[in-house]
Design a binder for this molecule. Structure first.
Ligand code: AR6
Length: 345
């Protein structure tokens, strides 16, 4: 399932397929098309000649030749003519055709540039809306796992997203905490040092106390608290969500969700250790309020840090009930933070 936004040159990506925003001739051009042909080498053009062009809104596949990607899916986006000439339908069709071709060719991962948003003049924000909505609807219906990347290129990424007005104030309000946590780190360093010294001088007596405590600990461990996996499964039941929509709303793949499900329940001996990103993704997907999000994270061994921008942004989103994972990821991306979700590879 997962859909990620990244900032890169698409020709560097080691995915099963990259998409080329080509023209009707399929014989190369400028922009991303030029980059792909240069990186793939002349054999790509030789194969493209055999394809005899492509209609706007359609797509055709070739090998990737010298590219790290196995395939190139060439699509032809519409030229923007003001928005009343069927541009949106044609752009949707580009994404759908490319995704269909990727699935038919058993791709596990596919990366898209912003089709039509360069030379063809499609407005950036609108192009992004079409990209994310079309890809998300396709993935919602898809049974298999497919990792999809939307690749933005270069420095100017702002026009693709709506600004999140309240966030700067929220980040600024956290800055004193950021300094506090730097102070705390140095204090923690000093305490750690002192504890080390104490342990070096521990006597026989203190070792005895230690072993008594260990047996208490054994008792506690026999009745551990509800696990992360069990809380996720419980919350799914309580919210009436179905499991598939839940892991899709968390932007994680089926494999990860299967692990969570198999580790839930009282008699399960195995535990599932999510990454912090996965834990936060489920807090968003389950639309948990802040206190329950903190509880879910704690069960996985994490806390929202006030000295980490990703954590502050996710906390902001939860506080403001922004539970659309793609919107959360857009905001994280705009602030140059890693996006949430987990992929198969
Ligand atoms: N990696 C990822 N994205 C890129 C790269 C790259 N290496 N290079 C550019 N982009 P465009 P279009 C972005 O103009 O609007 C060609 O001449 C770029 O910043 O490549 O569909 C074809 O032959 C922009 O966001 O494609 C056609 O004639 C996006 O890719 C015509 O351009 C698309 O920009 C197609 O125009």
């Amino acid at each position: 399932m997962p859909l990620f936004i990244i900032n890169d040159d698409i020709t560097n990506l080691k995915v099963d397929a990259i998409v080329n925003a080509a023209n009707n001739s399929l014989l190369g051009g400028g922009g991303v098309d030029g980059c792909i042909h240069r990186a793939a080498g002349p054999d790509l053009l030789k194969e493209c000649i055999t394809l005899r062009g492509c209609e706007t809104g359609d797509a055709k596949i070739t090998k990737g030749y010298k590219l790290p990607a196995k395939y190139v899916i060439h699509t032809v986006g519409p030229i923007w003519r003001g928005g009343r000439k069927g541009e949106e339908e044609l752009l949707k069709s580009c994404y759908n055709r490319c995704l269909q071709i990727a699935v038919e060719n058993k791709c596990g991962s596919v990366a898209f540039p912003m089709i039509s948003a360069g030379v063809y003049g499609y407005p950036k924000y609108e192009a992004m809306q079409v990209a994310k909505n079309t890809i998300n609807s396709f993935l919602e219906k898809l049974e298999d796992d497919l990792d999809v990347y939307i690749v933005l290129f270069g420095r100017d990424i702002s026009g693709f997203f709506e600004p999140e007005d309240g966030l700067n104030d929220f980040l600024n309000s956290r800055i004193p905490d950021l300094f506090d946590s730097i102070k705390m780190c140095s204090i923690a360093g000093m305490v750690g040092e002192a504890t080390n010294r104490l342990f070096k001088t521990s006597s026989k007596e203190s070792r005895k106390i230690c072993s008594e405590r260990m047996s208490d600990l054994g008792d506690i461990l026999k009745q551990p608290d509800e696990s992360f996996s069990s809380m996720v499964m419980r919350k799914i039941k309580e919210s009436g969500l179905n499991e598939v929509s839940c892991y899709k709303a968390a932007n994680v793949n089926k494999q990860i969700f299967s692990k969570i499900r198999s580790c839930a329940g009282e008699d399960e001996t195995e535990t599932y250790q999510p990454t912090k990103s996965t834990a936060m993704s489920f807090a968003i997907a389950l639309k948990l309020p802040l206190d329950e999000s903190k509880e879910l994270l704690r069960k996985a061994g994490y806390a929202f840090s006030r000295s980490d921008k990703t954590d502050i942004i996710v906390e902001y989103c939860i506080t403001n009930r922004i539970y659309d994972i793609f919107r959360v990821n857009e905001i994280l991306f705009t602030y140059e933070q890693p996006v949430l979700g987990s992929k198969c590879h």
